[in-house]
Write a protein that binds this ligand. Structure first.
Ligand code: GCO
Ligand code: MG
Length: 401
């Protein structure tokens, strides 16, 4: 089971994806997702120049040892580039071990503790009528949980809302410029949730993403104003790296709090979890060190009554989504999994066995992760540099995006 080849493929079937392919001497192929939106080539270079040469001749079955070797062995720790690279190796190794054992990865992780993984979809609108129509379409498709985002009246652009077609924040040869005003947002957000509850009642789980834009006391006000609408969660209320800010929000409101999509390691969320300042941890399999490390984070969270809610945007490839589903299926403290449809072209490159039915996803029972990566098809979609937007307040100063 020695690794004989490791290569990085950067492709853009509708949006950019970085894929790591690891091959063993006996011909088993494993794949991992290494996509870091807007900074893809940094991870590709880290893998190609520094990690892939180290993998040759290692035993593919020694997954934890390889993780430790790449993490501790680099001396330089954490950070999105490093942890995304390690994650891709980790996913590919779990894939290889599953394939060689003839078992789906969730069986290697102790087996399923649930029949399916509840996911939430994304509804958005350029105004409340459009949001209601999109929300209704998601309910009709079977989603039991839906996140709601709406253009804020008076602002030219709003996070999570597309002016045409599916929402995709990355674009342009220079970052697009979004605009922000906290006062307009705080006044509008409760109206948005009131409209959803009026139209759809209390049964559907309702989520909302603040995208790291408030101060702690503003987030506390938002949380209180949303209490009548019984949110499943309010996501990323404040910039996530300031962990003790969450104490202030926590003490002021019963609206559940989710955070963590920008975290890369267990140490980024240690205080948040052990102080019980959050309800859901949103670390992703790609940006937080792969299945091996995400499992550690989820276990720590379990000890403190924090549930999981992994980041699952379309800027993580179908490989990451499959890996997340395998893990979600096995953790007792699972909460919910984010789901966004991948662009149409991605189907030509990634063939996945994951299936959606009645609000739940299942990764399938194929050996490994259940995703086949077509390298020839990927070559037809060359890399296309794109940036995430930059956000500015009405006075022109930069705000968190
Ligand atoms: C989410 C996220 C995304 C991020 C995107 C950045 O909750 O899904 O906030 O919309 O903005 O993944 O690349
Ligand atoms: Mg988010």
């Amino acid at each position: 089971m020695k690794i004989s080849d490791a290569r990085v493929v950067v492709s853009s079937p509708g949006r950019n994806y970085v894929t790591l392919v690891i091959e063993t001497g006996d011909g088993v192929i494993g794949v991992g997702d290494a996509t870091l939106n807007g900074r893809e080539l940094a991870v590709a270079a880290y893998l190609r120049d520094h990690v892939c040469p180290l993998l040759i001749d290692r035993d593919a079955r020694r997954i934890t040892d390889t993780w430790e070797y790449l993490y501790r062995g680099a001396y330089w720790r954490r950070g999105p580039v490093t942890m995304t690279a390690i994650a891709a190796v980790d996913m590919a190794l779990w894939d290889i071990v599953g394939k060689s054992a003839g078992l789906p990865v969730h069986q290697l992780l102790g087996g399923a503790v649930r029949d399916g993984v509840m996911v939430y979809g994304h509804a958005s609108g350029t105004d409340l009528d459009a949001l209601e129509a999109d929300f209704s379409a998601h309910v009709d498709q079977g989603y039991l949980a839906v996140r709601a985002q709406c253009a804020i009246p008076g602002l030219d652009s709003t996070y999570g809302v597309s002016k045409s077609g599916a929402y995709e924040p990355a674009g342009g040869s220079r970052p697009a410029q979004d605009v922000w005003d906290t006062g307009l947002y705080l006044d509008f957000a409760p109206k948005m949730m009131a409209r959803i509850r009026d139209s759809f009642g209390d049964r559907v789980h309702l989520l909302h993403d603040v995208h790291h834009r408030l101060s702690p006391i503003e987030a506390a006000r938002l949380g209180r104003s949303l209490e009548p609408y019984r949110m499943f969660w309010m996501e990323d209320p404040t910039p996530a790296e300031d962990q003790s800010a969450f104490k202030i929000i926590r003490e002021a409101t019963t609206t559940p709090i989710a955070v963590g999509e920008v975290f890369n390691s267990i140490w980024d969320c240690q205080e948040l979890i052990t102080n019980r300042w959050i309800d859901y941890i949103r670390t992703s399999v790609t940006h937080a060190g792969g299945i091996t490390h995400l499992r550690r984070i989820f276990s720590l969270a379990e000890l403190y009554g924090v549930r999981t809610g992994s980041h699952g945007p379309s800027d993580l490839s179908p490989i990451a989504f499959a890996a997340a589903l395998h893990l979600d299926l096995t953790v007792p403290n699972f909460g919910i999994q984010e789901h966004m449809n991948h662009p149409a072209g991605a189907e030509q490159v990634f063939d996945t066995s994951a299936e959606f039915r009645d609000g739940y996803f299942h990764p399938g029972d194929e050996p490994g992760l259940g995703v086949t990566f077509d390298e020839e098809a990927a070559a037809r979609f060359p890399y296309n540099r794109k940036y995430l937007p930059v956000n500015r307040r009405l006075d022109g100063s930069v705000h968190d995006w």
